[in-house]
Every structure is written in structure tokens, then in C-alpha cells.
Ligand binder design. Sequence first.
Ligand SMILES: NC(=O)C1=CN([C@@H]2O[C@H](COP(=O)(O)OP(=O)(O)OC[C@H]3O[C@@H](n4cnc5c(N)ncnc54)[C@H](OP(=O)(O)O)[C@@H]3O)[C@@H](O)[C@H]2O)C=CC1
Ligand SMILES: N[C@@H](CC=O)C(=O)O
Length: 433
Amino acid sequence: MKPLRVALLGCGVVGTEVVRLLNEQAADLAARVGTPLELVGIAVRRPDRVREGVDRALLTTDAEALVTRDDVDIVIEVIGGIEPARSLILAAMKTGKSVITANKALLAEDGATLFAAAREYSVDLYYEASVAGAIPLLRPLRESLVGDHVHRVLGIVNGTTNYILDQMDTQGAGFNEALEEAQALGYAEADPTADVEGFDAAAKAAILAQLAFHTPVTAADVHREGITEVTSADVAGAKEMDSVVKLLAICERVPEENGRNGRGVSVRVYPAMIPRSHPLASVREAYNAVFVEAESAGSLMFYGAGAGGAPTASAVLGDLVAVARNVVAGTTGPVEVTYAELPVLPMGETTTRYYIQLDVADQPGVLAGVAEEFARHGVSIKAVRQEGMGEDAQLVVVTHRAPDAALSATVEGLRAFPMVRQVASVMRVEGDE
Ligand SMILES: NC(=O)C1=CN([C@@H]2O[C@H](COP(=O)(O)OP(=O)(O)OC[C@H]3O[C@@H](n4cnc5c(N)ncnc54)[C@H](OP(=O)(O)O)[C@@H]3O)[C@@H](O)[C@H]2O)C=CC1
Ligand SMILES: N[C@@H](CC=O)C(=O)O
């Protein structure tokens, strides 16, 4: 049978593993698709770079010429970033090629343009590898759960930051030392800012929210806080609470009194304390895990390798087989439909809980004064504990749920409170209700 011809854009951490799997599993892939898959070209920036196991004769720096070649059937994009990836994907689709991409940054910024093009040119756009690496997560959301009503998606979707926080928690490592290790292991993006400032997780949260709630969500809609401000004091404070700090991506419907769809969605990424008894607390190193809570299905957990060349290439190859089968059958798979126009609510309206550690002067009235500040903003205290005495006292306060704006206003008030020497740690609390 005539082989299906595949063009690869990018041959870095993920791309080299895609090439290896295509070569090593050629016979099995051909049997699964029903026809051989032939790699006909690989676009890179620096063709002279050493790439183990890659046939140099396939390399080109002219990516546009490669994707528009008449004899190419399927394009895999693992360059990353917005441009030239977007133009190349659009050029490929315009010339009738189905596309597989791992590019969460592009999907979260301008997925609507890509989905519209896929519809217009009747081609597939598959992107399982863009969220949580090897973990089959998008296809379950897009296909298996499409008949259900998803309430919440909560998870650890960035391997680099999970690795860093895990090293800080278990090894007492410093932030920079742990980041260097994550980079050496190939987890971190080329520019680690995307990981440690939460941009990578925010892009993934946007993709998850869009699929879960069938509503348009872009990275710009996501409330984002990274882990660069997480201190050893925060990690130690979490330990005292028998908790651990994790960078969480949270997508949830915000209920309204009598409504089913909710009055909107909340999509957010921030470091938060979760109890050690919570299943997400035991997600170590660069692993990812995601909970999906749906009306009929109940709670589902997806766990596995969320980053790295081989795991990500596994997801790319899964998409490749699915797309290749569609090409052989002369059809295309499901296309995203974002029919619900749910507003993404501002962070200030989202209800959260805070852990706050204060260095205070242990004088009569300090506790009453602190409690008064919480009351002034309508924030209810769940637990309070004092440690130390005299000049060296600390108050640890854990709140009940309150609008995030009220909680942060309380913290600002406490910073200005004369008997509070320092607000030593502020961390949101998730997962113990
Ligand atoms: N690494 C990971 O664990 C994961 C990555 N992803 C996503 O996969 C994608 C690829 O990531 P990764 O492999 O880590 O990235 P790398 O930086 O390792 O590789 C990028 C590749 O793209 C090539 N490239 C860059 N610009 C151009 C251009 N203008 N024209 C042609 N080729 C170009 C580079 O060429 P050259 O080699 O010559 O520099 C390189 O081969 C990204 O979208 C990323 O977000 C998704 C999940 C996990
Ligand atoms: N840098 C990302 C990898 C791909 O998504 C991560 O650390 O999770």
C-alpha cells in the first residue's frame, strides 16, 4: 500500500524521540495504521547540530517548503512558540495536511484560529502531547467525557515546577539548584521562565478549561502565579501543617443558585498547600496528575510522566496513528466545539482559603487585633495557633473560604498592623474540604 508521508517540524527534545519511535516501531505502526508511515523531511534551525539517530539527509531549514510539499500527508509540529509555528501549521492545513502538535503556548493563545482552519480545510488537528506529556487526558475529555457535565479539573500539569517543589520539600534543596537539575533532565522549557512563572501551566489550564467546559478560554484569561516567590519558610510552614506546596492548575464551574451551567468559570494557576493525605501530594519529581470531577462519572484521576522527550513523543505517536487511520479511512476526527459562552470570572471573585503566618509581638491584644482585621474584611478564621513567645512569637491562621479579593485585602491590612512585624508566609490552601 502507498505509504503515508510525514513531515516533522523541529528535532529537539521531543522531535528526536519522535524520530526514534518512528524508526524503531516502523513495522508495528504500519500494521496499526494499515499502511507504512514514511518520514520525508525534518525542519530545524541548525542542521549541523549533532542529532543521534537522525538521518542528516532529511534535514532542511526551509520549513515552509517542507509543509507545503505535495507529497506530504501529515505534519508534526514540535518547534514550539507562536511564530513560525502558527504560520507553518496554517500553511500545512491550507494545503490539505492534517497536523499534530505539542505546542500548548500556541493552542492557548490562538487555538481558535487553528480549529477554524482545521474545519475550513477538513483536516485533523490533534494535540494530546500539549498537556501533561504522556498522560492520555485530552482525548478522554474530548471524547470519553463529552456526554458528561464536568464540574472541575484540578491538577499538577508542570513537571519542572513539581520537580523543584519536590526537591525543596524532600531534599531541602534551594530553588536554583533544583531548577538546574530540572533543566539538565530535559523537563524545563528552553526558557525556564515559562515553567517557573506559571505560563506553561496557565497555557495547559486554558486548553483543559476549553475542553472541559466547551467555552473559549485563552492563556490571557487564566489567573497565573508562579513558584519564584515560594520560600523555604512556605515549604516549612506547609510541613508544620502536614501539607506540601504544589503548583496547581484549577479549572472549575462557579455555581449559581439555580443554574446548571454556572455563572462562569474560574481558571487559575498558583502554588498552594495541600494536605499530605491528598493523592496529589504524593505526585513526586516531574510527574503530573490531574483530577477530573464530572457529574455522572464522579472523580477520575490521571497520572503519569508529564514532561521529557520520550513520554511526550509517545503522545505524539498516539495522535499520529489516530490521524493516519483517519487519512486512510478518508475521514477526520472530532473538531472542537466551543458553543458555551461562559465568562471567565476575575480572581477576586473566586473563593479560596489562605494560610497566613505572622511574626508578631506577643503582647496582650495582638490576637484580638489580628482577628479584628479578618472580621473587617468578612473573612472567617478556621484555625489559629500561636508559637513562641515574647519578642519571638508567630501566629498561624488558616481561613475558611472567602472571596480572594477579601483575603488579599486582609493580608494587606495585616502588613500595616503595628503589632505584626512581618507577614512571613501567605499560601492558598486547597484539597482538604
Ligand atoms: N520538552 C518537553 O518535555 C515537552 C515539550 N512540549 C512541547 O513540545 C514542543 C517542542 O519542545 P522541545 O522539543 O522541548 O523543544 P526544543 O527547544 O528542544 O526543540 C525545538 C526544535 O525546533 C527547532 N526549531 C526552532 N525554531 C525553528 C524554526 N524557525 N524553523 C525550524 N525549526 C525550528 C529547533 O531546531 P534546532 O535543533 O536546530 O535548534 C529544535 O530542533 C514545544 O511546543 C513544547 O512546549 C510538550 C510537552 C513536553
Ligand atoms: N516544561 C514542561 C514540559 C512540557 O510540557 C514541564 O515541565 O511540564
